[in-house]
Design a protein around this ligand. Structure first.
Ligand SMILES: Cc1cc2nc3c(=O)[nH]c(=O)nc-3n(C[C@H](O)[C@H](O)[C@H](O)COP(=O)(O)OP(=O)(O)OC[C@H]3O[C@@H](n4cnc5c(N)ncnc54)[C@H](O)[C@@H]3O)c2cc1C
Length: 378
């Protein structure tokens, strides 16, 4: 076919496209993309993203881990319910890693609690030193191990969902910031910086900005809090091949480190509340995190490759928020995923579709309620 023919076909296809959508999904992170893949078979979907690219905010800044014993009871259930998709869909995104927990001398109470909460097994310091040769035996008193922790290829998961959504006909508008939401007799007019979109339902997948979006719709906020977390990409410590090392966490939220390529990603593991923003790391926080890491290892850091920060957004009870707002049921929440938005994405997006269609969820009823917006509206 000639180029003119191709263009004319494309034009005809676009001309046929309806201006009115069933679902306007606000946010092009893992939440919005997994929602698009789940909803596209059910109706016409548009994803609206303010940034020039997908996964620009939290979804592009994570530690890329699957930690099945992390988070609230509801988060653990959602993580377990996501395992089959994460292991097998599109070739799977999980890979073996393992996790080592270290307790600093004098801080054993944190270690004991975290070891139990994480269903980890105590191991000798000698064995811990084999898993993580940088461990400073003089400052570490206890160690525990779990093989459950896995690497999660977030890029592959994002690509899988966005390919699936587009193959089902979802539209994507980048560089389109939602500035207002107006109710109409048939649903919503979504006022963006570059266009107006009409939809029956608004899906609030706006991450750190989810409460701001609720305000645009005339709803009170759910009281979500954004907590900044800073990360440092360290070059490989000389003389070591780090690629098979486990994910290592220091009890008491002192730091965590995980292999990435040939180096290590270190997090100062802070939870500093901030306003929704394009987050950047705080130099003092980074320096303190590095000092805590050096204290428990034999590594002296003289150079870093790069640093960044991302926001983890939590409801007061630290479980996600999924489902129609009881005050305005055509406004649907998919927010508050905190530090587990990737490992719970398959189950959360399935639940989102169930809540919209009225289908029975395969999750236990207590989990459905534990993540429902109803619990936060009193
Ligand atoms: C340091 C760090 C480590 C983490 N590690 C892990 C991990 O190991 N495993 C795990 O499962 N999770 C992890 N997480 C959590 C995970 O990254 C988040 O839960 C997840 O990315 C949240 O996805 P989201 O789509 O809700 O948010 P985002 O990715 O932030 O997407 C929301 C999008 O909404 C857009 N938006 C907001 N307002 C508007 C508007 N008005 N108009 C248009 N667009 C708008 C924003 O531009 C943004 O792109 C980590 C997070 C951080 C910060």
């Amino acid at each position: 076919m000639s180029i003119a023919g191709l263009i004319s076909n494309l034009f005809r296809r676009n001309a046929r496209k309806p201006a009115i959508y069933d679902f306007a999904i606000i946010g092009g992170g893992i939440a919005g993309l997994s929602a698009a893949a789940a909803l596209a078979p059910l109706g016409r979907v548009v994803i609206i993203e303010a940034a020039p690219q997908l996964a620009f905010h939290s979804s592009g800044r994570s530690a890329e881990m699957y930690l099945p014993n992390h988070g609230t009871r509801a988060v653990r259930t959602l993580t377990a319910a996501s395992a089959t998709h994460l292991h097998f869909a599109n070739g799977g995104v999980l890979n073996k890693r393992g996790m080592l927990l270290l307790g600093r001398i004098g801080e054993e109470q944190y270690f004991d609690y975290e070891m139990r909460a994480g269903a980890m097994a105590p191991i000798s310091l000698e064995d811990a030193g084999v898993y993580f040769p940088l461990m400073n035996q003089h400052h570490v008193s206890r160690a525990a191990w779990s093989s459950d922790a896995l690497d999660l290829d977030t890029h592959a998961l994002i690509k899988g969902y966005s390919d699936q959504a587009r193959a089902e006909g979802a539209d994507l508008h980048l560089n389109a910031q939602v500035l207002g939401l107006y109710q109409t007799p048939s649903g919503w007019e979504v006022g963006c910086s570059d266009r107006v979109v009409q939809a029956r339902y608004v899906i609030n997948a706006a991450g750190a900005w989810a409460d701001v979006l609720a305000g645009y719709a005339g709803l009170p906020p759910l009281g979500l809090t954004c907590l900044r977390r800073s990360m440092i990409d360290l070059p490989s410590p000389s003389g070591y091949d780090v690629r098979r090392w486990p994910h290592v966490r220091a009890a008491g939220g002192r730091w965590y480190a995980t292999p990435s390529g040939h180096g290590l990603i270190l997090s100062s593991a802070e939870e500093d509340p901030v306003m929704p923003t394009d987050s950047s790391p705080d130099e003092t926080v980074l320096a303190n995190g590095l000092a805590r890491f050096e204290d428990m290892t034999t590594m002296s850091v003289s150079r870093v490759n790069r640093t960044w920060a991302g926001l983890r957004t939590f409801a007061a009870d630290r479980s996600p928020v999924v489902g129609p707002d009881p005050l305005l049921p055509s406004f649907i929440w998919l927010a508050g995923q905190g530090g587990t938005g990737f490992q719970t994405a398959p189950a959360l997006s399935d639940l989102l579709a169930d809540r919209i269609t009225g289908r029975a969820s395969s999750l236990p009823p207590e989990t459905v309620f534990a993540v429902s917006p109803d619990r936060l509206r009193g």
